[in-house]
Design a protein around this ligand. Sequence first.
Ligand SMILES: Cc1ncc(COP(=O)(O)O)c(C=O)c1O
Length: 357
Amino acid sequence: MEKKINFNAGPAELPGEVLYEIGRAIQKYKKTGISILELPHRGKEFAEILAESNNLVKELCDIGDDYEIVWMHGGGRMQFCMIPMNFLGANEYAAYIDSGHWSKEAAEYAQYYGEVKILASSEKNGYNSLPAWPEKITAKTAYLHITTNNTIEGTQWHNIPDTKVPLIADMSSDILSAKRDYTKYAMFYAAAQKNLGIAGVGFAAIRKDLLKKSKKTMPPLLSYQEQIKENSLVNTPNVLGIYTSLLMLRWIRQKGIDRIEQENQLKATTLYKAIDSSKIFKAHIADTTHRSLMNVCFSADTKENEAKFLELCEKNNIVGIQGHRSKGGFRVSLYNAITAQSVDDFVVVMNQFEQKA
Ligand SMILES: Cc1ncc(COP(=O)(O)O)c(C=O)c1O
């Protein structure tokens, strides 16, 4: 059967080359004579996988040795727990910018561990735009947390103002999708299943000055300091998941972040143009400066047309375009692995639908 075009929001489409390499490694990893699924996590080969992954993150994000890299279980939500557990002290508060479902959930998780303040929110308008960046952030703020790309609503921060407090960013759905100044962040993290591999793996880059401030009393598995001291091996890690992230990092490096950024711009421009010029489809995010290049969210004029369009897409081997259940309509995710050709093919189907309707 022909491979489908997969616009799912995550787990998301992986490049063919990466899938091929995973297949080979599952049969036999390099010259070890065993599968990657059987590879000892404390052996030489996995140590090499971890070292190369850490180095590639530093190289591609252009961050120096004042950052530590750590790979963990539990995807994005585990980081929602670990951040306040590690960094929220007794006489301070954690500040969150509430720009969508995931940033709200990150703030809700933090409330288990201390005081949380929402400094800005666009919840009232259904998260259909980004909130204004907060002006006053007091010294008692342990950190300010943002979500750089709102996967469900389809908004993205394209400019991040400088802040005086440590800035922590959830970059799960736009990590390494464009050139960005990663040194603005005291910590950034991502669940891997969008631009960086498969589900179940989380990655974080933490600046050493923030790391030093982290609390000491917690189980080692949940402590960033312990995880880093043990080189991400406090317990048995997701070897296959981390190896897949390494393959993605190599793929990104080979392509080059400039080309990835150009392609991502082109893909999003093509799709938004088709939506904005349509009589049937309408983008959820009106302000073009807030629109996400990764998750393009839109609806059709009637529920009937939405159902018919979905059917037409399925006939054309296009899957994964249904919007999140809280938003309805469509969401087309344009992560790094999606080609410009796939977007062109999708737009052809949109045009066909428009002409017949
Ligand atoms: C921006 C963002 N943060 C966090 C998460 C949660 O990740 P996980 O399901 O790995 O906990 C997601 C999931 O899609 C996401 O898009």
